[in-house]
Write a protein that binds this ligand. Structure first.
Ligand code: FES
Length: 71
């Protein structure tokens, strides 16, 4: 079995055109040099930057999986 290629998040690969037509890429220009964490989960409240919301997504997914496991 070949590995499933990972999406090239957070960069647009055009997949939204078919999977989420209402979604559009967010164009931005960094205001200063330096490191930055870009959101790859699409749940951030401060796009395009990561605000830690991915932890809430991870917890939600884990709880959902646990509920399905013990259903
Ligand atoms: S990767 Fe989306 S909030 Fe961190």
């Amino acid at each position: 079995m070949s590995p499933v290629p990972l999406p090239r998040q957070p960069f647009c690969d055009g997949a939204h055109r078919t999977k989420a037509p209402d979604m559009a890429p967010l164009r931005f220009s960094p205001e200063k040099d330096g490191g930055a964490l870009l959101c790859a989960c699409k749940e951030t409240r401060t796009p395009p930057y990561c605000d830690g919301s991915h932890l809430r997504v991870l917890l939600r997914d884990l709880l959902g999986a646990a509920r399905r496991l013990f259903k």
